[in-house]
Design a protein around this ligand. Structure first.
Ligand SMILES: *[C@@H]1O[C@H](CO)[C@@H](O)[C@H](O)[C@H]1NC(C)=O
Ligand SMILES: *[C@@H]1O[C@H](CO)[C@@H](O)[C@H](O)[C@H]1NC(C)=O
Length: 742
């Protein structure tokens, strides 16, 4: 039929005429049947007996059979009923393929008459075949740049049936990019073609899955499908894209070298080589490119040189990403360097004085300095301090300038030198600090007068001293320095009691040693009151004076002199001495009067030197010779007097003896002789005395003979004095009071 359609119109008419002629012929001498294919075996095809005009029974008798030329018998005769039936399954497609109509011709022989009849059976088509594609899975490749309208021929389908049951049409599933066009070939076949309707984008959809359906016109319609897989081939139509339009990171400046600080990533929507991204650092002149390194394969950005916030607070680098064929993108990396407290504060002493006068008023500026920290922010926030308890303070001025000023008056005599430690500490965590030392000399001012160690001095010089003997020495002290402490000694007055002082005593102006200029006689000259002045060499000079009392000490250089009674020149006693007879005991016979020109050595004791009858007379304590018992008349008696160290009662101003193990030496005439000082190492341990000195008790070793009783009777001699001198001088320091008894 398909072929028929293609024939020109006149040809169709000719063919129709021919067919009509055949049908007519069959009516005349040929039997014709029609049976659909695939019918069951034994199915009725036609009634031969009837069509031949014979009785069915006669048919068997007449020996009827089918004659065919070497073909498998498809039909059989039922001799009894005289009908033609199918002998097996009949497949039209097998017998006739695509040709139509499918006619089978055979002959029926009547053996009895040897008559031949021609039978023609038409096998009619049933839709027992679906269209089938030769390739059920088709893979196509198409570049993503292919322009719409492009056609790709597809494999066509085949349907073994004919006519309406043959392949009628193709259909493509609904999709966005492709349409189907079916072209009819000159052979009458239909050729499906894929037409690109819309541009492809591999990055959007890399594979398109299509289904092509071929269907016939049977009832029901049968169809076959072919799956088409369209792979879109990549074209490098995408440049790499960074994950961020700009990278911003902050890095502490102490980040070690070789630390990876960032990884930049660019993706390329293409595939394969087109998507192979490499990274490059754009070299720009300057230091930045030497600080960082970019790994071209991974995009890792590392530090290759130490960062320094103080040099650069941020770095800006350009980075390129390039894909295989060379499309590139650029991005910027901004690296902010974070300050780390890696710089200690620094001092800049703008000016500082090395010496300040001790009389400078509080608030005197010692120095001006500046502190600076190379860090920033809190790390550069500096606080300055100096040790407490120093007479200085810091005054903050503008721009981290500080003034070091005094807070009170200085005293060189207390501290002559200051090593002032200034500490600057920044606000970092942990904080860093720096010390600076300001050395300050306190310059001396003559603000101290010389001072004597005592408010007044007393010196004792034994009479009959040699001329030029050193008598005493005074020392003053001046805490100032140099000239301000260089002292000269002099007498404050030139005269004493109207007489020039220079005739008595002199002083060495450098040493303060006093020298006697004459030999003193106690009996004529007992004390001298002087003012000694010490003066420093400051400008103006300062001076102070001290009183010095010089006492001349008595020495026993005068023997007693008996004034009364006169030393008898004859044996006749004076009238007063005449004793009346029977004089009762304790009768005053006479008074003996003696004097001694010494003073301390002028205590006199009396005793009888010689008596004719012992015990008859006695010298009484009233310094008179008394009759001790009745004395025989005419008896001679004589008294003698001897001067002894009379225990006078000096008022001891500093020293009061209190009872120790011995009687207290309530009197002590000798100790003044202990000047010059005795050798304290000699200890003639004999007795212990307790002395109350300035409120405390002190033991003093002294000679047993120092007892008051003994002293009253002992004639001082050199040996006794030496023993006393062996006593430590300090235990015997006492001063003669003003009321020294004469
Ligand atoms: C000042 O003091 C500091 C620390 O106390 C010390 O290192 C420095 O030597 C001192 N300077 C002087 C001159 O004494
Ligand atoms: C001793 O010094 C005082 C003041 O310190 C002064 O008043 C006095 O006059 C001075 N005496 C003499 C004798 O210079």
């Amino acid at each position: 039929m398909a072929a028929l359609q293609k024939l020109p119109h006149c040809r169709k008419l000719v063919l129709l005429c021919f067919l009509l002629a055949t049908l007519w012929e069959a009516r005349a001498g040929q039997i014709r049947y029609s049976v659909p294919e695939e019918i069951d075996r034994g199915s009725f095809v036609g009634n031969i007996a009837k069509d031949l005009g014979l009785e069915p029974l006669a048919l068997a008798e007449r020996g009827v059979r089918i004659v065919s030329r070497g073909r498998t018998q498809l039909f059989a005769l039922n001799p009894r009923s005289g009908s033609l039936v199918t002998a097996s399954r009949i497949d039209r497609e097998e017998l006739c393929a695509q040709s139509a109509p499918c006619l089978l011709n055979f002959n029926i022989l009547l053996e009895d008459k040897l008559t031949i009849y021609s039978v023609e059976v038409e096998i009619t088509d049933i839709n027992d075949n679906a269209p089938r594609f030769g390739v059920e899975e088709l893979e196509l490749k198409i570049s993503e740049t292919t322009t719409p309208g492009f056609r790709i021929p597809l494999k066509n389908a085949h349907d073994a049936d004919v006519g309406e049951n043959a392949l009628q049409k193709y259909a493509l599933n609904l999709n966005d990019h492709f349409s189907l066009d079916v072209r009819s070939g000159v052979d009458g076949n239909k050729y499906p073609e894929l037409v690109l309707e819309r541009a492809l984008d591999r990055e959007e959809e890399a594979v398109h899955h299509l289904v092509l359906v071929a269907s016939d016109g049977g009832d029901p319609v049968l169809s076959g499908t072919s799956r088409i897989c369209v792979k879109v081939l990549d074209v490098n139509d995408n440049a790499p894209v960074f994950t961020q339009p700009e990278y911003r990171i902050s890095v502490p400046e102490n980040t070690p070298v070789d630390t990876r600080i960032l990884t930049v990533t660019a993706t390329d929507a293409d595939e394969g080589y087109n998507a192979q991204v490499a990274y490059f650092l754009e070299k720009s002149p300057g230091e930045t490119s030497e600080v960082f390194e970019l790994k071209s394969t991974s995009g890792d950005l590392t530090i290759i040189k130490d960062l320094d916030y103080e040099d650069a607070t941020f770095h800006e680098i350009d980075i390129e990403a390039q894909d295989g064929p060379g499309l590139l993108t650029r991005t910027k990396v901004i690296i902010t360097v974070l300050d780390v407290n890696d710089n200690a504060p620094e001092f800049y002493i703008t000016s500082a004085t090395s010496s300040v006068s001790e009389d400078s008023p509080p608030g005197t500026v010692i120095g001006l300095f500046n502190v600076h920290d190379r860090d920033s922010g809190q790390n550069a926030f500096i606080t300055c301090s100096l040790p407490e308890n120093l007479p200085f303070k810091l005054e903050k001025s503008v721009d981290n300038y500080y003034r070091l000023v005094t807070t009170r008056a200085l005293d060189r005599e207390q501290f002559s030198f200051y090593n002032i430690t200034l500490t600057a500490k920044d606000g970092g965590n942990p904080s860093l600090s720096t010390d600076a030392h300001v050395l300050l000399q306190v310059a001396d001012i003559n603000d101290n007068a010389p001072a004597f160690s005592r408010t007044s001095y007393s010196a004792y010089i034994p009479e009959n001293n040699p001329r030029g003997a050193s008598v005493f020495s005074v020392t003053a002290h001046d805490p100032d320095s140099n000239d301000n402490a260089h002292l000269t000694y002099s007498f404050a007055e030139d005269t004493v009691q109207g007489a020039p002082l220079s005739s008595y005593i002199s002083i060495n102006s450098d040493t303060g040693v006093l020298y006697a200029l004459r030999s003193f006689d106690y009996e004529q000259f007992r004390d001298l009151q002087l003012w000694v002045m010490a003066r420093d060499s400051g400008n103006p000079p300062l001076s102070s004076n001290v009183s010095l009392n010089l006492f001349v000490l008595d020495q026993n250089d005068n023997a007693p002199e008996i004034l009364y009674p006169a030393i008898p020149t004859e044996m006749v006693p004076p009238a007063e001495l005449a004793l009346k007879p029977k004089q009762s005991p304790r009768h005053l016979v006479t008074k003996v009067v003696a004097v001694d020109r010494d003073s301390q050595n002028a205590w006199l004791s009396y005793h009888l030197l010689k008596a004719s009858e012992p015990g008859l007379f006695k010298v009484g304590c009233t310094r008179a010779v008394r009759a001790h018992q009745r004395s025989p008349a005419g008896q001679r008696r004589q008294s003698s007097s001897q001067a002894g160290p009379r225990p006078r009662q000096p008022s001891l101003r500093h020293c009061h003896a209190t009872p120790g193990r011995q009687d207290p030496p309530t009197s002590w005439p000798i100790w003044a002789a202990s000047s010059p000082p005795p050798n304290p190492t000699i200890r003639t341990s004999l007795c212990t005395w307790w002395w109350r000195l300035g409120g405390s008790l002190r033991p003093g070793l002294c000679h047993r003979a120092a007892g008051a009783r003994l002293l009253a009777q002992v004639t001082p001699d050199a040996g006794f004095r030496r023993q006393l001198e062996a006593c430590p001088a300090r235990d015997f320091v006492a001063e003669w009071g003003a009321g020294f008894p004469g």
